[in-house]
Design a protein around this ligand. Structure first.
Ligand SMILES: NC(=O)c1ccc[n+]([C@@H]2O[C@H](COP(=O)([O-])OP(=O)(O)OC[C@H]3O[C@@H](n4cnc5c(N)ncnc54)[C@H](OP(=O)(O)O)[C@@H]3O)[C@@H](O)[C@H]2O)c1
Length: 324
């Protein structure tokens, strides 16, 4: 395993992390979850990603139990706050109240003493940035979190937040968590250059575009049974962002390029995301141990220039302005 520094900060994360959205604590049973966590850990993964909102706390509970087998100092845990956790007016967002209460609740669900990095899952335009930054700083001073970060925040908001943090003597943002894959290259435009300039690391999610980049969805065919795209409980994002005949056709070309290299489309797509200098780590989502074993091979995959050019031609950067 290779480890990269979290932006300019001292912590070192494995270049692949294991996530828990729609999988651990939801669609994947606890025994398989435990085996996936063990496989990840034994391959040197030291970074695990979850959120309070993943199945309303269930992902944190199951991931916490799986990680309970390992020394706390040996892994880095991200969890998040923002999405609704109840029906009350203060059960969501980035107010000081909700941040404080959800941090306590996450620590209980995870059965941990501290969170390595606490993340604002999305921007909250209804709360002043200063309130959110102070709430994060307070948690850090109380020893409940070590770093804080943001997910899917636009570049200008990260710059503004770091400016306010400096003014009030609070910790700036340590990490950003954007969506990034061959079909979603928007962060390359503004987000990556800004985070590099600010010393912010990037742990990127959905490297396989919810499975579209594996090639398992073929043109003219419905999603095979048992896949994320076939399950109405979990296919909203893939249907909204990636599901069309062109993407299915391109994925078959990706499979062919991968074959030239002696690898799979999934492994190649993950290695591609890892090659960007702004990326600290790529967060994997897997529903089976075998998928994880396949995806882990990305760490050792070299991408020759000729392959990079083929990928650039197949998945050019977007012509439209940056989204997020
Ligand atoms: N910050 C945020 O807002 C945010 C948002 C989304 C995700 N995340 C984090 O990022 C992690 C990864 O995101 P993601 O789940 O969207 O990642 P992804 O890699 O785009 O999709 C993962 C899914 O693709 C399929 N898959 C994975 N490897 C495969 C393989 N080798 N062969 C065939 N199918 C394979 C599996 O679905 P099936 O087997 O069910 O088809 C798996 O659950 C999440 O767990 C979460 O921790 C964060």
């Amino acid at each position: 395993m290779e480890y990269r520094q979290l932006g300019k900060w001292g912590a070192r994360l494995s270049v692949l992390g294991l996530g828990s959205y729609l999988t651990i604590g939801y669609k994947v049973d606890e025994d398989t979850s435990r085996r996936m966590v063990r496989t990840a850990y034994e391959h040197g993964i030291n970074f695990f990603d979850t959120a309070n909102a993943y199945h309303r706390g269930e992902a944190e509970k199951v991931l916490g139990r799986c990680l309970g087998e390992y020394p706390r100092s040996s892994f880095f845990l991200i969890t998040k706050v923002f999405a609704p956790m109840g029906d009350g007016p203060n059960d969501r967002g980035l107010s000081a109240k909700h941040i404080r209460e959800q941090c306590e609740a996450s620590l209980k669900r995870l059965d941990m003493d501290y969170i390595d990095l606490y993340m604002c899952h999305r921007p909250d335009p209804t709360t002043p940035l200063e309130e959110t930054i102070r709430a994060m700083e307070d948690l850090a001073r109380q020893g409940k979190i070590l770093y804080w970060g943001v997910s899917e925040w636009p570049a200008r908001l990260m710059v503004e937040a770091n400016h306010i943090a400096r003014e009030i003597g609070a910790r700036p943002i340590a990490v950003n968590e954007p969506r990034y894959n061959l079909l979603w290259r928007y962060p390359e435009d503004e987000v990556f250059p800004t985070t590099i300039a600010q010393g912010i690391g990037n742990v990127v999610f959905s490297p396989l575009a919810h499975g579209m980049l594996t090639g398992k969805y073929t043109p003219g065919q419905p999603a095979p049974a048992g896949t994320r795209a076939a399950d109405p409980d979990q296919n909203a994002v893939i249907m909204n962002l990636y599901w069309n005949e062109e993407n299915k056709r391109k994925a078959q070309e990706l499979v062919a390029i991968a074959r030239e290299l002696g690898t799979t489309a999934a492994t190649l797509a993950i290695a591609w995301a890892l090659r960007h200098p702004a990326v600290t780590s790529v967060i994997l989502g897997t529903s089976r141990v075998e998928q994880l074993e396949e995806n882990l091979k990305a760490v050792d995959l070299n991408l020759p220039q000729e392959i990079m050019e083929q990928l650039q031609a197949l998945y050019p950067p977007p012509a439209s302005p940056a989204r997020t």
